[in-house]
Design a protein around this ligand. Structure first.
Ligand code: KIV
Length: 264
């Protein structure tokens, strides 16, 4: 069944957990979609796990469009959410609406995600006014890494925690259909989840969120440059891939592949 923003609304009302996974290309989208994932997030994390950057700041609109198009082509049922990359919405509300529009019109996304609280409310309102659903993202927002001084848990101090609660309420008022809570204490995530009627999607935010999101390469054991505490490996695909490639190399070197079965 096709998943939409109404699926998100209904899930929160019915107390059903939402499942979100990142995806960056056609085959990964197709596999996750076949498994019945609710939403695929074309995260700007692609800068790290696909392009080898040390953070997400160098990801461009061109990068996001390229990957969003591939994910859309591989998806039949999941809601496709495209991340708005650094500097695609911060400089002006006009940029925000135009770039969100491109991710939907050219990329084929159903919704966009952007990072931040009070500072992005005008952009969120304007994008929603243009009939594009927006997912918020607060807590450890990787595009602010230079302000945070690194990838660190956010909202541990009472004052900062209060600001996060207010930020999510304001995002709901501005029209966001859901919000990602990244790397915050689980009790704070619980408080936020109880105080809004839009679903909270956690990553490193504990079990009380309305849903969870993980990065494809992290949860399948493919990317190991950074391994945060919240990442659970559900498969060791990196080892499976390495073993397949090693066998291929050996068989070619030993003249085993291609035998008659693989020749014309
Ligand atoms: O870019 C991304 O993959 C994200 C998730 C970690 C939520 O924003």
């Amino acid at each position: 069944m096709k998943k939409t923003v109404i699926t998100f609304k209904d899930a929160k009302q019915n107390g059903e957990k939402l499942t979100v996974l990142t995806a960056y290309d056609y085959p990964s989208a197709k596999l996750a979609d076949l498994c019945g994932i609710d939403a695929l997030l074309v995260g700007d994390s692609l800068g790290m796990v696909c392009l080898g950057y040390e953070n997400t700041l160098r990801v461009t609109m061109q990068d996001m469009l390229h990957h969003t198009k591939a994910v859309s082509r591989g998806t039949q049922n999941a809601l496709v959410i495209a991340d708005m990359p650094f500097m695609s919405y911060q400089a002006s509300v006009y940029d925000a609406v135009k770039n969100a529009g491109s991710l939907v019109q050219e990329g084929g996304a159903h919704a966009v995600k952007l990072e931040g609280g009070a500072e992005v409310l005008d952009a969120v309102r304007a994008i929603v006014k243009a009939q594009i659903p927006v997912m918020g993202h607060v807590g450890l927002t990787p595009q602010s890494i230079n302000m945070f001084g690194g990838f660190k848990v956010q909202g541990r101090e009472r004052e900062k925690a209060g600001m996060l609660v207010e930020a999510v309420k304001a995002l709901e008022d501005a029209g966001a259909f859901a919000v990602v809570l990244e790397c915050i204490p689980k009790e704070l995530a619980k408080e936020i989840t109880k105080s809004v009627s839009i679903p909270t999607i956690g990553i490193g935010a504990g079990a009380y969120c309305d849903g969870q999101v993980l990065v494809w390469h992290d949860m399948l054991g493919i990317y190991s440059d950074i391994k945060p505490k919240f990442v659970k490996s559900y498969a060791n695909a990196g080892e499976v891939i390495k073993s397949g490639i090693s066998k291929y190399i050996n068989e070619v070197r030993e003249g085993i592949f291609p035998g008659d079965d693989y020749s014309y």
